[in-house]
Design a protein around this ligand. Structure first.
Ligand code: PMP
Length: 306
């Protein structure tokens, strides 16, 4: 996974040189915010997908936790581009992280305590492995998502991923590719690291962000592409049983892209095959990177013109 270089506190440096002290605040208290982004090989050269939107969300997450990033959004966008050039990559998974550093222990950050910023670019294929093509076998997790007045789900913070780890670990232990959690209200929320969509009678449904989930950028892209394709989309409360009676279901995320779900709790979704709506949306989504789908939204930022 490692690449020769990463970006750390303002400069490109060798991967192995970016180390932190064991007293790092984030290590003890989960005080980090991060992003997951992808660079795709396109006919115009390597290109970030929705870079500015990811950077915006990173800053919004930092704001929730009163973490001073110390760089502008433009600085971070430029650093992301520079890193791909430095590593001479044609595609990548990119992980910017902003965290409270080594400034003394104590939950309440000390005034003037350091904040560190790092950006890593890695070679990372399909997040859920071969499930991306054949369809994932998922379960409904026994772990629920935290209520909105416990951990803010809009902020993509390190600490939130303890919930995701419990969901994912339980799913893997029981032989599933991924787990889907119910929200605080007992209704469907999202996967451990993905948003959830269902298809019923040709219409697309997804739980609302008020269900305590991350407002995914891939989720937003799918909603936009569905409108393009003339597929009706509804963001609404969905009970667990909606999963069992769906014609199709899929997960979305930067890492997972659009991963079809072929079974839930060992019950096949539809006929257990990738359905036509999922197929059409995958085609439109991946078409953005092959050039088949016109990028009318300015979602791609070319790193270096081919
Ligand atoms: N929900 C959770 C909990 C996630 O970790 C992710 C991945 N960032 C998503 C949803 C999907 O978000 P995005 O499409 O912005 O990657």
């Amino acid at each position: 996974m490692n690449t020769p270089y990463l970006w750390h506190n303002g400069r490109i440096k060798p991967w192995a040189e970016a180390t932190v002290h064991v007293s790092t605040h984030a290590l003890h208290y989960g005080s980090s915010v991060f992003e997951g982004e992808r660079v795709y090989a396109t006919p115009r050269g390597p290109a970030y997908f929705r870079l500015a939107d990811h950077t915006r969300r990173l800053f919004e997450s930092a704001r929730v936790y009163e973490i001073e990033v110390g760089y502008s959004e433009e600085d971070i966008n430029a650093a992301c581009l520079e890193l791909i050039r430095a590593n001479r990559m044609s595609s990548a998974y990119v992980r910017p992280v902003v965290f409270r550093g080594a400034g003394g222990l104590g939950v309440l950050p000390k005034p003037g305590a350091p904040v560190e910023v790092a950006i890593m670019a890695m070679n990372w294929g399909a997040y859920l492995g071969e499930a991306a093509e054949r369809g994932a076998d998922v379960c409904v997790s026994s772990w629920h998502r935290p209520a909105p007045n416990t951990f803010p789900s809009w902020a993509k913070a390190g600490g939130n991923y303890l919930s995701s780890q419990l969901i994912a670990l339980e799913a893997r232990r029981n032989g599933y590719d991924e787990g889907i959690a119910l929200g605080y209200n007992g209704l469907l929320s999202e996967g451990a690291g993905e948003n959830l969509f269902l298809v019923r009678k040709g219409r697309l449904y997804t739980p609302p962000v008020s269900a305590g989930l991350l407002a995914g950028i891939t989720r937003d892209s799918v909603i936009t592409l569905a409108a393009e394709l003339g597929i009706a989309v509804e963001e609404r409360d969905l009970p667990r049983e909606a999963l069992y009676s769906a014609d199709e279901a899929f997960l979305t995320g930067t890492a997972a892209e659009i991963t079809p779900i072929r079974s839930v709790d060992r019950k096949p979704v539809g006929n257990g095959e990738v359905g036509p709506v999922t197929r059409a949306l995958r085609e439109a989504f991946f078409g953005l990177f092959s050039g088949q789908t016109v990028d009318r939204w300015g979602w791609l930022t070319v790193v270096t013109e081919a």
